[in-house]
Ligand binder design. Structure first.
Ligand code: ADP
Ligand code: MG
Length: 627
């Protein structure tokens, strides 16, 4: 074209205004600074891919379509000297009327609502509005983010259609004139702005293609070289996807960050209630940022086009170790403008993913215990969080949890189910002890009576376990009970001494300790140790207090109950001594030592120097009696 069409009305050029809404969009697109500019290419590729889909459909459904479009493909040509980017497809093309309608108005209903509801936010925060727009996608008009002029040369596949040329600088009007395209399809030429020159670089264009459109199911060429792999393996039947494909794709979606191979693969295609393909992986290794709650790694595609790279709308936080792709035919490319939170389709997909993942984990736990153990080692703590967040699946998640126990070797794990199955006759509840580690709990005096009866005790030695036991209070109708809380009554021992014989010890210790303890009582859980500290039912417990103190130094500690072992010689002797000389210094020292040693057994001594002095005094007495 030697002359501008505006100056050449006799050449068949028509200048038309954009629809008012389009002008608004264009103003936003052109005037803001876009952080996410590169999505323009995603939009154009997706339109080209749609056009190829439609062409295929038309060729299949209409006998009068004879034009040969050739092998479907998308070609991107870059010209650094002319500063142009051209994208060509041999798809359905557009008639003159279609061009005017499709590239001059917005048919999509949600677009305006989105713009209106975000107009204020966009004015206040232009940088953020850029992200918003970039993410929600403005379709074809995104081309004006990077181009000062766009030419569309197109010819429809429909019989008798004439070639058309559409061009615009995005400012208010566009021009339509007769075109010269001979074969059906569309060629879009972007005359890039000064600051968008980077898009004439092949590596840059290829990167964007790979990032957003790698699995578009038509080949995409950048300067004659294919840049995408064009195979949506998630949409293939399971049997057609090899382990190597999975390894490749896993590498692609994780960018090589999460180990070499997937540990588990969850591949599903669902048609109802919502159509989607999901190809999800559990990595072999936990990534370094697993405990950043906001980290989630599913890619959301709509009709094979990437919508969001890392979405948190498809998995709950406790499944954030999943990596992979969800692709739905029931989502529009502009899904994000509907505000993902409220999107029903996504909610439904999320629920399905949760169910499928729990099922795969359950199957793996049953059929491939070693693999499951590996999984548990990497991601168990994350999964466990689910019990505190997800009421609906709490029991299913609890069943997947694994713990060490008094009867397991260090590092070996059992499930709640295994625990219950191994319960001896007469045991009604599930018992656990919480603490900072196996060493800290395995010799705890709280376990003595359980050991004696052959009851196992679960070791809840992960900080999250304190929260686990608060939400999972029951499993298979059996109550989970802390061995260090409340009254534990395993039934009377046949050789238990009469309580009144040692009752005076309780009175004496209570008097000596004053308000250091909440109460003093005789214990039903001790067999070997003389004393231990327990928390009142409903109180947080020592381990929980320790965790809370790590977070909040000021957090105050709840007083605990000192339990005395009525069968222990020290307690018996103390009772006898207290009967004789209730207020003596010796009764006070012994009481204090019973308290100290209970703390010491938990690994805590508030005042070691005083404790040492008390022990020395006692040893002095004992040793002088011995010589
Ligand atoms: P959407 O793709 O969501 O419909 P766009 O703004 O991306 O919205 O595109 C508007 C319309 O322009 C498309 O629906 C399509 O009819 C038409 N269109 C755009 N690009 C092409 C193309 N390469 N070939 C044929 N038609 C196209
Ligand atoms: Mg589009």
């Amino acid at each position: 074209m030697s002359t501008e069409p505006e100056n050449n009305p006799s050449g068949g050029a028509t200048e038309l205004p954009f629809q008012a809404e389009v002008q608004q969009i264009l103003a936003l697109v052109i005037n803001s600074l876009y952080a996410n500019q590169e999505v323009f290419l995603r939009e154009l590729i997706s339109n080209a891919s749609d056009a190829l889909d439609k062409a295929r459909y038309l060729a299949l459904t209409r006998k009068d379509i004879t034009e040969q479009a050739g092998e479907p493909k998308i070609e991107i040509k870059l010209d650094d000297d002319a500063r142009t980017l051209t994208i060509t497809d041999n798809g359905i093309g557009m008639t003159r009327d279609e061009v005017i309608h499709n590239l001059g108005t917005i048919a999509k209903s949600g677009t305006m609502e989105f713009l209106k509801s975000h107009a204020d936010a966009m004015k206040k925060d232009p940088q953020n509005s850029a992200n918003l727009i970039g993410q929600f996608g403005v379709g074809f008009y995104a081309a004006f983010m990077v181009a000062s002029r766009v030419d569309v040369s197109t010819k429809s596949m429909l019989p008798g259609a004439e070639a058309v040329l559409w061009r615009s600088s995005g400012s208010g009007t566009f021009t339509v004139l007769p075109g010269d395209k001979e074969t059906p399809g569309t060629v879009i030429t972007l005359h890039l702005k000064d600051d968008a020159r980077e898009y004439t670089k092949a590596y840059r264009a290829k990167d964007i293609v790979r990032k957003y459109s790698d699995f578009v199911h038509f080949p995409i060429f950048v300067n004659d070289e294919q840049a995408n792999r064009s195979r949506a393996i998630w949409a293939l039947p399971k049997s057609q996807v090899t382990d190597e494909d999975h390894a490749d794709f896993f590498h692609h979606v994780t960018e090589g960050m999460d180990g070499e191979k997937p540990l588990m693969t969850i591949h599903n295609s669902v048609d109802a209630p919502v159509q989607y393909h999901a190809l999800l992986y559990v990595p072999e290794k936990a990534p370094f940022d697993l405990f950043h709650k906001e980290r989630r790694g599913l890619r959301l595609y709509a009709k094979r086009v990437l919508i969001i790279e890392d979405t948190d709308k498809l998995t709950p936080p406790w499944l954030r170790f999943l990596r992979g792709v969800v692709d739905s035919e029931d989502l529009s490319l502009n899904v994000s403008r509907e505000m993902l939170q409220e999107n029903r389709t996504l909610k439904t997909i999320e629920q399905q993913i949760v169910k499928q993942t729990l099922k795969v984990l359950k199957d793996t736990a049953e059929n491939e215990p070693e693999k499951y153990t590996k999984f548990w080692g990497e991601f168990g703590r994350v999964l466990k969080e689910g019990t505190t967040m997800e009421y609906r699946h709490k029991d299913a998640i609890a069943e997947l949890c694994r713990f060490e126990s008094m009867k397991t070797e260090a590092g070996k794990l059992i499930s709640l189910k295994q625990y219950v199955e191994a319960m001896p006759e007469g045991q009604k509840d599930i018992y656990y002890v919480t603490g900072p580690g196996r060493k800290g709990v395995e010799h705890s005096p709280h376990l003595e009576a359980f050991k004696k009866r052959g009851y196992d005790v679960l070791f809840m030695i992960d900080p999250i376990d304190e929260w686990f036991v608060r939400s999972v209070t029951e499993f298979e109708k059996k109550t989970l009970r802390s061995v260090a809380h409340g009254d534990i009554d395993l039934g009377a021992e046949p050789d238990a001494p009469k309580e009144e014989m040692v009752a005076s010890a309780v009175v004496a210790v209570k008097g000596a300790l004053g308000d250091k303890v909440k109460d003093v009582r005789l214990s039903k859980r001790l067999t070997d140790s003389a004393s231990c500290l327990v928390s009142d039912q409903g109180d947080p417990g020592a381990n929980m207090e320790r965790i809370l103190r790590m977070v909040d130094q000021e957090s105050t500690e709840r007083k605990r109950i000192l339990e005395l072992n009525p069968t222990h010689p020290i307690i018996k002797n103390l009772a006898a001594l207290a009967a004789k000389e209730p207020d003596s210094e010796r009764v006070k020292t012994w009481s204090q030592l019973l308290f100290d040693q209970a703390l010491l057994a938990e690994g805590v001594v508030e005042d070691p120097a005083t404790l040492v002095r008390r022990i020395q005094d006692l040893l002095t007495q004992v040793s002088s009696a011995a010589v």
